[in-house]
Design a protein around this ligand. Structure first.
Ligand SMILES: NC(=O)C1=CN([C@@H]2O[C@H](COP(=O)(O)OP(=O)(O)OC[C@H]3O[C@@H](n4cnc5c(N)ncnc54)[C@H](O)[C@@H]3O)[C@@H](O)[C@H]2O)[C@@H](O)CC1
Ligand SMILES: [K+]
Length: 499
């Protein structure tokens, strides 16, 4: 899957351009038709069940009214909860209202407590949401929380910012849909931050607008087409030196587990040789993974090796010295965990990072990202795309901003949102595994951008595989990920070979 993501400003321009060549109301009628078709699909053979349609004051409400009229025409028992607002409706929405009025739609003005529905359609607000959902609208959204049936959001779940995926307002609320049908192009906010929880499954309907009418998107959903060309079957005549050396630098006193998890991630993602260069006295070997070679970090030669620096590294003088040496080296670099915090606190390390020419991939979670940018994690989360872009620009590196809908950004402003993964990844050590996978791909000659996109996708797909097998999301452990990563990778290579 590869899909362009448009900002609200771009969508408004697409809408204007499309609108100019069509009879008034055409786009809304198409949106209403796409919505009612999807609603019928969701009802399946339960078309006898009543459908509640929430219609707000703007054109999102107009889409909902068109959908309600279509459903009633198809013989469905459709009831509209109409909350028109104070401003006059647009001509199209007024026409949609008249159409629904003329049909066999039922009308209510408050949510009847205890009523049972086969489906709810959310047409309260779309991309025109200007402020937090409050008053009567809020009451309706709160009321939906106790209704147990599929909820289909039109364009955007009401209350969600389509650009950022944040629920609008300090104490905001948004509809939690099971499905979203979104119009004229996909939106970043449906796939990151709160977006995945509120949008459910997303379907895009272009309302008949051709791709030639679309502007260049600087954000897209990540997917196999971006890096599938890299998955080639291994030649027989190869050896461990053909697949690169990865060295994990970390493991200060009491934190030996983190670099071992990274090392396993790198090993199972196909690196030829994997070292842990430990800050503390290194263990002789890892009995459950004896392939990993342990060395003392201070004496370790970085030359010709891909480095993953930071897991369990701490903030000692020795950690800072090693980080400066890694930043000054020509080695491809993954910078994680404590190393990110050290860079956030040191203008000297920041300038060493910005001056690098070899690939560097940063893997911050929101708090580490916030430290790098000198802001709070809440500000990072309020606009994850912007925060990732800003980090990439300042550090001259590829940035993987972790979290639901991981955002990958590069210094020229291009952004990907990763669609794989689940809540099982919210567990200690899963980030260490991701850094290791990324290191392994860099060590095999991938660019920072490809390695970041693929590592994130594979890491998420591995977690999805484990959930399918009943291993998680609850209780999934980071140590279970590497073997699942190996399965995903080999499947991708096999699929690539059979194409
Ligand atoms: N105009 C067009 O050509 C098309 C519009 N479409 C639909 O129209 C939507 C955008 O329509 P609009 O621009 O009218 O925007 P919305 O329908 O999203 O909502 C805007 C209206 O709600 C009010 N409003 C905003 N936030 C509020 C809040 N928190 N509480 C109370 N009132 C609030 C505004 O004053 C305005 O009246 C899209 O999301 C999509 O669903 C689609 O039908 C495609 C075509
Ligand atoms: K909506």
């Amino acid at each position: 899957m590869e899909r362009h993501l448009y900002t609200v400003a771009q969508l408004r321009a697409i809408e204007q351009a499309a609108y100019a060549g069509l009879a008034p109301g055409t786009l809304m009628q198409r949106a209403g038709k796409a919505a009612s078709d999807f609603a019928l699909e969701l009802l399946g053979d339960r078309r006898d069940r009543p459908v509640l349609v929430l219609a707000g004051p703007g054109n999102n409400g107009g889409d909902a009214l068109e959908a309600a009229a279509n459903l009633a025409d198809a013989g469905v028992d459709a009831t509209v909860l109409h909350l028109p607002g104070r401003r006059d409706a647009s001509t199209e929405t007024a026409a949609a209202y008249e159409r629904a009025r003329a049909g066999s739609v039922g009308w209510i003005d408050m949510l009847p407590p205890g009523a049972e529905w086969g489906l709810v359609i959310d047409g309260l607000f779309g991309i025109g949401l200007e402020r937090p959902v409050d008053g009567d609208y809020r009451e309706v959204v709160v009321g939906l929380e106790t209704i147990r049936c599929p909820i289909l959001a039109l364009d955007v779940p009401s209350g969600l910012d389509a650009d950022t995926g944040a629920v609008i307002g300090p104490d905001g609320i948004a509809v939690r849909a099971t499905h979203t049908i979104t119009f004229l192009g996909d939106k970043p906010g449906l796939h990151t931050a709160d977006g995945r929880d509120h949008a459910g499954q997303v379907r895009v309907d272009m309302l008949g607008v051709g791709s030639e009418a679309l502007p260049r998107a600087t954000a897209q959903l990540s997917g196999l087409p971006l890096f599938a060309g890299r998955f080639t079957a291994r030649r027989h005549n190869t050896h461990k030196g053909s697949f690169g050396d990865v060295a994990i630098i970390g493991g200060a006193h009491g934190m030996a587990g983190a670099p071992v998890l990274s090392a396993r991630g790198a090993l199972y993602a196909g690196a030829g040789r994997v070292y842990v260069a430990a800050l503390n006295t290194p263990p002789g070997y890892d009995s459950s993974q004896p392939e990993i070679m342990f060395r003392a970090a201070e004496d370790f030669d970085f030359f010709g090796r891909t480095l993953v620096i930071g897991p369990g590294m701490g903030d000692s003088a020795s950690a800072i010295r090693l980080l400066a040496r890694a930043l000054d080296s020509d080695s491809p670099l993954v910078i994680d965990a404590d190393a990110l915090n050290l860079i956030g606190a040191s203008p000297d390390l920041q300038s060493r990072l910005a001056q690098r020419t070899a690939p560097a991939v940063l893997t911050p979670h929101p708090l580490e990202g916030a430290r790098l940018l000198g802001m709070t994690a809440a500000v990072v989360q309020s606009d994850r795309l912007e925060a990732a872009r800003e980090m990439a620009l300042r550090t001259n590196a590829t940035v993987i901003l972790k979290g639901s809908g991981t955002v990958i950004a590069r210094p020229d402003g291009e952004v990907l949102i990763n669609p794989t993964g689940n809540a099982g990844l919210a567990t200690a050590g899963s980030g260490d595994v991701l850094a290791g996978i990324c290191g392994a791909l860099l060590a095999q000659g991938w660019t920072g951008w490809e390695a970041a996109a693929a590592a994130t996708w594979i890491h998420g797909a591995a977690a999805d595989t484990l959930v399918d097998e009943g291993v998680g999301p609850i209780g999934m452990t980071a140590g279970e990920l590497p073997a699942a990563v190996r399965k995903v990778l080999n499947r991708l290579v096999k699929d690539a070979a059979s194409r």
